[in-house]
Design a protein around this ligand. Sequence first.
Ligand code: ARG
Ligand code: ZN
Length: 892
Amino acid sequence: KEIFLKDYKQPDYFFDTVDLKFTLSEEKTIVFSKIVVYPRLEGCSAPLVLDGIDLKLISLKVNGDELKVDDFHHDARHLTLSAPPSGKFTLETVTEISPQTNTSLEGLYKSSGNFCTQCEAQGFRKITFFQDRPDIMAKYTCRIEADKSLYPVLLSNGNLIEQGEIEGGKHFAVWEDPFVKPCYLFALVAGKLESRDDTFITRSGRKVLLRIWTPVEDLPKTAHAMYSLKAAMKWDEDVFGLEYDLDLFNIVAVSDFNMGAMENKSLNIFNSEVVLASPETATDADYATILGVIGHEYFHNWTGNRVTCRDWFQLSLKEGLTVFRDQEFSSDMGSRTVKRIADVTGVRTYQFPEDMGPMAHPVRPHSYIKMDNFYTGKCRISPSCIGHDIGAEVVRMYKTLLGAPGFRKGMDLYFKRHDGQAVTCEDFYSAMRDANDADFFNFLLWYSQAGTPCLKVVTAYDAQAKSYSLKFSQVVPPTPGQPVKEPMFIPVAVGLVGPNGKDIPLSSVYHDGKLETITKDGQPVNTTVLRVTKKEEEFVFSDIRECPVPSILRGYSAPIRLDSDLTDADLYFLLANDSDEFNRWEAGQVLARKLMLSLVSDFQKNEKLVLNPQFLLGVKSILCDSSLDKEFVAKAITLPGEGEIMDIMEIADPDAVHAVRTFIRKQLATELRDEFLNTVKNNRSSEQYEFNHTNMARRALKNIALAYLGSLEDEEITELALHEYKTATNMTDQFASLAALDQNPGKTRDEVLADFYDKWQHDFLVVNKWLSLQASSNIPGNIENVRKLLNHPAFDIRNPNKVYSLIGGFCGSRVNLHAKDGSGYKFMGEMVLQLDKLNPQVASSMVTVFSRWKRYDETRQNLAKAQLEMIMAENGLSENVFEIVSKSLAVS
Ligand code: ARG
Ligand code: ZN
């Protein structure tokens, strides 16, 4: 059933208090719920409709009396009280559920013998009968009873107010959460866990106990998570003045979890992949992800929990804002430019493709069949990112327009107005606007209009008039259900770089018949933010004495595709000189995209591929420029991904794009062999592993050099990579050398892969890396190996991380996924059907590989369509998969 934003209605009944009691046992769990209900309007006589799925109703009482069969209606999804009392009343239900057979991992389920919950978005209805919607905010207590030896630790939200023993070897704990919350933030954990404890003293002097819970053997791997949590708590105080509001903060790591983590009030539950780390087992990327996700979930305490969403269409209100906050946190803890590059790459790799497919939707969708499908972005294929990149970009634009102090003012007003409420994206917008008395024109379109805007720029220098003009024209492409679009308000940060490589100071711009002053505190600026709002418009800078090269969209000031008339010479100039480091990187990317596209067309015409010598020189000068940040260099010499190139082609051609990318990599490795070898040698270190930018940057540069070299099939390089593999003292270096060796099939590759498994088979997170590396290999016919791995003892289709590693990993190889014999599609079709019976959320994240089937040639289209039709014909398909498959087949 499709749900529409325009149909939102306030609930007829609110819940005041919710008292829950769980008796957990091996066969079944009984949930007692006592809710104080009151009507929104006095004297209301509307029926009370409760959600409930897979629940066995044992008892139902109103004001203490068991209801008669005629007074309620129960079906597969709802429990309806036809005539509840007018005025306040208590509703008591007793339900039976079966966590041990719950493979969907939503609601209450078991992971490695422990009980845990996941309620967002709509999992609470699998626990007990409830109005499962975020605008129902209530105060909760939760009593848990369970066997004491099997489940020594019993956790829920808020404060522990009572605990003790009960007969039969059981014990209990009672938790009370003093804050009102929607049910999606409810959590319960029961199991054999130990904690790493620490404390944090808030700036107003509250002493908070911090506890990270894991099975005992994993405790040593929680040090980095604890460091991250304390850093996040401090950062939120420093940057936003936001303090933690309880005396206890719990984090629990579980190994079976659909996504990354969950911000349940004071009891965050995490996929262990984004908590556990040690230098020997986790890479730099893992460390950085953990920092970001721990921050993210912690930041939700204010943006999400204290102020929550009115309905699920407002998801971006909390996710966009919280992703933005975690991005800023990570930037402040590491390198801002490098973080920005990583985030923009995420937008291009995961968000833009979605905008081009049948699931394209605005930041605030107009409708959904299954809300879980709108937790988009990278999180759909790996738990390491939360997604909502575009929502975060929208929040970032407020900051770009208002400046940091103005943005802070807006945040302060937002909390002042809405603490304890369930609100909408407009409420956030209004707070930002009102706090700054700002004119945001039609900025709200960013929430309602889908599709990636394309902004064209034509530049001109008038040497006579000493003026420089930028002419913009924008197009927002049609998306399903939105054929015609309005022009958007696009903030474009611009600087003009003079022939000496320095920014030209700007003090005014002529626009719309007016001369606007753009100074700051009376001083000219190097960068100004142009407000592009029309289909076509021009901005003219005057008093520009020499012809500049424009640096447009500095810092990626809006989530759009930019199409400028800059020449290759201009781009090489920016690559070498732009004071905006993001745009320096971007200039290199634009050059690489152009180069790749032109080689793709050569390849398709069967012409010999030749690498442009100027490009080679550009890469060489970046690689050898010791004044640059090493991680920046690593990013700058990384070619755009194959998916990114396919997205800008009329008809996506995975074979051509792969051949071209491989060709350029090999050419660069051949021509710059000595430089790459030196880079590897000069950036080794035998020091102890440290998580800091300098060390990570050094490793990043060394390992990208090794990756380039690994593309050469050559004995000296194999020896080098083997040496790196054997001498590595941390997983970052060890895995990078393994990956370098993985590129070429043969005996060495087989041996080293076997050795790695041997070494790490006891550590499931490392084994997942091993699965994913092999699965994503571009070696022709790798599908056979992937099928074999399905039967490997290390694989288990019920565990999402393993599915994301092996099956998701396979999708990482564009050539093998889109193999022209249809073998990749057939495999994915089979997997989706198997997964859907176990875990619809995981199945639907896998089925998205088919959603853009129309982007390929006819042969591939027919093969993919056949799989979609095969899936569609299946009986008992989940709503999750149904939504994506039906929308994919509907595109004409
Ligand atoms: N709110 C979570 C986070 O920010 C996302 C988890 C959503 N899970 C789901 N099954 N829909 O990390
Ligand atoms: Zn989130």
